[in-house]
Every structure is written in structure tokens, then in C-alpha cells.
Design a protein around this ligand. Structure first.
Ligand code: PMP
Length: 407
């Protein structure tokens, strides 16, 4: 871990330099949301200090400058995820809104009674409920691909579930509970061999693995800024142009309109067709700075360092004979869900919190997955590139304390 400049990196994150309950804050809740470097914070305040203005329609200087940064950022996202065109990049509130958009618009265009949508049992609620609702509305059926006990997707079952009636596959790239990296490339290629489009939920993958639309060849890809060092309330929907052209608008009003007459409305072209109302311009400024930050560190370096932290933490947790790790797939990102004996995760979480360590306890918005394991909750520690092995040691000390109190 010596070559990764973690101390220098930590200097960029002001929030990490505080104490809670008299102890240095240790932030292990990165799967829920990452912290923001000063570069992102400055980009947002800089926007309000010098550029604040509504975009696109103004001819004046500020409006033009803000529009330029907004559209430059769209091109930056295009490059970052290797999309073929910036028309394929839609700014949304985040992954949830991106998936809702596709469920609603794709559903209206392509889903009929008796059709099937295929997702997996490890999905976040954001990649379950929009499909569930759409299937209810359109008389379609939602099917769940099962997983193996170690948290890997059952690929054999997946292959057997793809049928003539299957109209879409929607799958998470990385599970927010198990950390499993799904073989999305293989999943996509198989669905495509039957002409079925695939949506990939990249909320948990993009900050660890990056994303390459040319390599994956998925039809839709969704991610949230706040899970990759950018602000909340900004995210991206990538969609292949042919699908974005074919599906109807999601919301109406504002820049998505070309002309309105009393007898009807024509819609703007891509990507504006899907960006109704005043967009989150400050969020786009922040996303711009976050992408630059991540690219500066280098995704390869990030992945290598985070893997080392994951391996270290997994080894340390395995030293306890009564800790059960939920999710032991071969390919994982830096997320560990676990149970400490029979101690309820909420009880454990309260003690760990008092030691200044932020972990998440609960169902992590993946209730069907926890039902699959017949457990109500887990403790989840999720690591980012600013976390250290010493912080992992502190978590182990906190676990020993939990065991002493409740064990
Ligand atoms: N999918 C996954 C895998 C997630 O982890 C999350 C956030 N926990 C979401 C979707 C939803 O993301 P957001 O709340 O940013 O829309």
C-alpha cells in the first residue's frame, strides 16, 4: 500500500479531519455516499460565486458560460464512460431517476401484456420497484435471477430464464450489499444473442471500476454522482441513441420542448428530450470536478489500493471465529457485509458508531436479497481510496468491544 499517496489524498477531504465522540472520524459508509474533495466543493461554490445562471436559453454572458460548462461536462462524461456520442448522455437526479425514466418510457414503447423483464435477486430496490410498477401497469411479469450462496449470480439459471417473452434484462454491475462484481459483459452478450436489450445499474461500480460503454455494449447504463465524489442530486443515464430516439419523453416542460402550440407540442432532440425543467447546474459543475479528480488518481490505482484494503479487512474479519461474511464472490469491490455471531446488526452499529466509525446497518435497500439469506440485516463496511489499514484495525477493535458488551 506504500505507493498510494493516501495521506496526501486525505488532505483533500476536509470532512475526514474531525472527531466524533472524541475520536477521529472513520468513514466506512462509502457505498451509501462518498465524501467530497475540496476540488468538488470549490467547483460548486465557484459556480455560485461567478457563473450562477439558468442555462441554454440566455444570450447573456453568464448564461453562455454556465451552458458551456454544462455541455462540456456532458462531453466529459461521454469520454469518461466511452459513449459513442454526447447525445447518449442524459443528466438526471441519479441512478433511481435514470432507472425510473427507462422503466416508464421503455415500458410504454416496448412492453405488452405477457412480456417478461428479467432482473436479479441481488438488486437494490431502485432496480426492482420501477420494473415491478411498470410490469403491474402493463400486465407484464418480473422474474428474478437467483444467486449462489457465495453471492455470485447463477449464470446457468440466467441462461435458462431468457425466453422469447423476455423484453429487457436489468442487472446491477456491483451489488451494494455483497460487493459481487457481476459478469455483465457475458450477461449482455447472451441477451443480445436473442436481440434483448440490457440495462446496467452502475451505481456501485463506476467509482471503483469505471465504465466502458463500447466494451460492455449495454443499451442503458445508470450511475449517481454522489457515490463517486460528486454532489447529491446529479446522475447520469446513458442510453444507446437508437433506444433514446425510439422511447417517449419521461417528463415534459422546459428545454425538452421544441415548439408549443395550443393544439400540440413538438419535442427537442437528444439529449434535451429527456431533460425537462431547470437542470441541476451546480451538480454538473461538481460532477465535472469529481471526474477530473478520479481520472487524476487513475482508476487502475484506485482499484488496486481499494482491493488491498478489501483483502486486509476480509483477512482481519476472518480472524474472528463467529463473524459471518455475507458475500464471498471471487470478484468483489470494497464492500463487506457481515454478522457478528447472533448480535443484532443495529446493536453492533450503535457501539461501532460510538467508537467514531460510520458503518451502515440494515437491509441496505435490498430486502429480497436479505430474504434470500434469511437474515433481517447486516453490518456493512464499504471502503474508498481515502480509507486506511489503520482505520480497518480500529473497526476490529470496535468489533471486539461489541462482542464484549453483547457476547
Ligand atoms: N443501485 C444501487 C446498486 C445502489 O447501491 C443505489 C444506492 N444505494 C442505487 C441504485 C440508488 O442510487 P441513488 O439513491 O443515488 O439514486
Amino acid at each position: 500500500m506504500a505507493s498510494f499517496p493516501v495521506d496526501k489524498i486525505r488532505d483533500d477531504f476536509p470532512i475526514l479531519h474531525q472527531t466524533v465522540y472524541g475520536r477521529p472520524l472513520i468513514y466506512f459508509d462509502n457505498a451509501a455516499s462518498t465524501q467530497k474533495p475540496v476540488q468538488v466543493i470549490r467547483a460548486i461554490s465557484g459556480y455560485y460565486e461567478t457563473d450562477n445562471c439558468n442555462i441554454h436559453r440566455g444570450v447573456h454572458f453568464l448564461s453562455q458560460r454556465a451552458t458551456e460548462t454544462y455541455e462540456e461536462t456532458r462531453k466529459m462524461v461521454q469520454r469518461f464512460i466511452h459513449a459513442a456520442s454526447s447525445n447518449e448522455i442524459i443528466f438526471t437526479k441519479g441512478t433511481t431517476e435514470s432507472i425510473n425514466l427507462v422503466a416508464s418510457s421503455f415500458g410504454k414503447q416496448y412492453i405488452s401484456p405477457g412480456d417478461e423483464v428479467l432482473i436479479s435477486i441481488m438488486e437494490h430496490h431502485a432496480n426492482i420497484v420501477p420494473w415491478q410498477q411498470m410490469c403491474l401497469e402493463r400486465g407484464a411479469r418480473l422474474q428474478f435471477i437467483p444467486i449462489h450462496d457465495n453471492g455470485e449470480l447463477n449464470m446457468e439459471a440466467y441462461r435458462s430464464m431468457v425466453k422469447e417473452k423476455t423484453k429487457l434484462v436489468a442487472i446491477t454491475h456491483v451489488s451494494n450489499v455483497l460487493g459481487t462484481i457481476n459478469p455483465v459483459k457475458e450477461i449482455i452478450a447472451y441477451a443480445h444473442s436473442f436481440g434483448i436489450p440490457v440495462l446496467v445499474d452502475g451505481a456501485q461500480s463506476v467509482s471503483h471500476l469505471g465504465a466502458d460503454m463500447q466494451d460492455l455494449d449495454c443499451d442503458f447504463f445508470c450511475f449517481s454522482g454522489h457515490k463517486m465524489y460528486a454532489p447529491m442530486g446529479i446522475g447520469v443515464l446513458y442510453g444507446k441513441e437508437k433506444f433514446l430516439e425510439a422511447i417517449p419523453p419521461y417528463q415534459t416542460g422546459g428545454e425538452m420542448i421544441k415548439e408549443v402550440h395550443t393544439d400540440g407540442t413538438t419535442f427537442n432532440e437528444l439529449p434535451f428530450k429527456f431533460e425537462a425543467g431547470t437542470p441541476n447546474v451546480e451538480g454538473v459543475y461538481g460532477l465535472n470536478a469529481a471526474i477530473r479528480y478520479v481520472e487524476n488518481l487513475g482508476l487502475e490505482n484506485i482499484r488496486k489500493y481499494e482491493n488491498e484494503i478489501l483483502e486486509y479487512a476480509t483477512a482481519k474479519l476472518s480472524e474472528f471465529d463467529d463473524i459471518r461474511i455475507i458475500g464471498t464472490a471471487k470478484e468483489k469491490t470494497s464492500v463487506i457485509s457481515f454478522l457478528i455471531g447472533t448480535i443484532h446488526p443495529y446493536d453492533a452499529g450503535v457501539i461501532i458508531d460510538k467508537m467514531g466509525i460510520a458503518v451502515r446497518t440494515g437491509h441496505h435497500c435490498a430486502m429480497p436479497l436479505l430474504e434470500r439469506y434469511r437474515i433481517p440485516a447486516t453490518v456493512r463496511a464499504s471502503f474508498a481510496f481515502y480509507n486506511t489499514a489503520e482505520e480497518v484495525d480500529s473497526l476490529m477493535e470496535a468489533i471486539r468491544k461489541v462482542k464484549k458488551i453483547f457476547g
